[in-house]
Design a protein around this ligand. Structure first.
Ligand SMILES: [Ca+2]
Ligand SMILES: [Ca+2]
Ligand SMILES: [Ca+2]
Ligand SMILES: [Ca+2]
Length: 317
């Protein structure tokens, strides 16, 4: 009997040991340094955003177990307009992370409505009041002028050629200075771009397109910031804009660039660090937690008017 009891005790001891080893292994494998709850699974969930200018809510939903992870930021910063990294300290009020479990599946309405819907209800709410949220923004700008691999800032107006739709600053858009009539017959405006005066500087980079020593921007008789509609040629030059006609060389000093335009779209990657999520006595601690990326978090059109830079006469700005 005793022997059997001993065997039984030994058996139970071994079983328990095995259980603890399994449990330890489970936590080890889930732990990977910082995970301590098994349902904290947002790897596959898309990061989404609701925001009204000052208050942003980034959120991920895992409806396999009706849980969400969200980051609320309150800031007057204009987000997503510039390349770079911004950090925000979590304070538990304006800037806060929540991990929630719901009574049933949750949708974006819960995060996007000023007054959250009454259902589903929140069963568990972990609040993260300390740590750092880091937003890494990448901005893409395109002038849609048809050119690729543009470099530099030809006209010195502060807008790089790659998103300057008037690269030479002559108030004639680049797109109107390429091979727009397909004169070389290859259907590609980028090959053999116009070079009216034959100085080997294509018109879109040439501030004096017809080589009459009057900068194109000044061949603007009606001074409406558009040299394309000033047609004072006669004879065979009738209908040719003055800026492309070296028989007309009159100067009208305008000191203004036309409005520029480029498309802008931004991606953001969000990372949380040193997060402590608290629910009563329970805490979830994560040193590093990637929230993920939102592509095209901002898309739009920018319409700046760059400060005037006089052609070849920078002292007269
Ligand atoms: Ca420029
Ligand atoms: Ca350009
Ligand atoms: Ca030009
Ligand atoms: Ca001219």
């Amino acid at each position: 009997m005793l022997l059997c009891k001993k065997c039984d005790i030994q058996g139970r001891f071994m079983k328990n040991l095995l259980f603890y080893i399994l449990l330890f292994t489970l936590f080890q494998s889930c732990d990977d340094g910082d995970v301590i709850v098994t349902t904290f699974d947002f790897e596959e969930a898309d990061l989404q955003l609701c925001g009204d200018g000052n208050e942003y809510v980034f959120y991920k939903i895992n409806n396999e177990v009706s849980e969400s992870l969200s980051l609320q930021l309150t800031t007057t910063d204009s987000l997503f307009l510039e390349d770079g990294t911004e950090t925000y300290t979590l304070d538990g009020t304006g800037n806060v992370v929540n991990y929630r479990r719901f009574s049933s599946n949750v949708t974006g309405d819960y995060f996007c409505n000023p007054i959250p819907p009454t259902a589903p209800t929140v069963n568990i709410d972990y609040v993260g009041s300390s740590g750092i949220a880091t937003l890494n923004t990448t901005v893409f700008r395109d002038d849609n002028d048809g050119l690729e691999d543009e470099t530099g800032d030809t006209d010195g107006d502060g807008i790089p050629d790659r998103y300057d739709d008037d690269d030479d600053g002559d108030n004639v858009p680049t797109a109107a200075e390429l091979d727009t009539q397909d004169e070389d017959g290859d259907g590609d405006p980028l090959t053999n771009p116009l070079d009216t005066d034959g100085d080997e500087i294509p018109n879109y980079l040439d501030p004096d397109d017809d080589g009459d020593d009057i900068p194109t921007i000044y061949e603007d008789r009606n001074m409406n910031l558009d040299p394309q509609d000033d047609l004072n040629g006669t004879g065979e030059n009738q209908g040719v804009p003055d800026y492309l006609n070296n028989q007309v060389a009159e100067e009208f000093i305008v000191k203004e660039f036309r409005v520029h335009s480029y498309s802008i779209n931004s991606d953001v990657v969000i990372r949380l660090s040193n997060i402590v999520l608290v629910n009563g006595e329970e805490t979830i601690i994560r040193e590093n937690l990637s929230l993920g990326e939102i592509e095209d978090v901002l898309t739009g059109e920018a319409t700046p008017t760059p400060d005037f830079v006089a052609p070849d006469k920078p002292d007269e700005n």
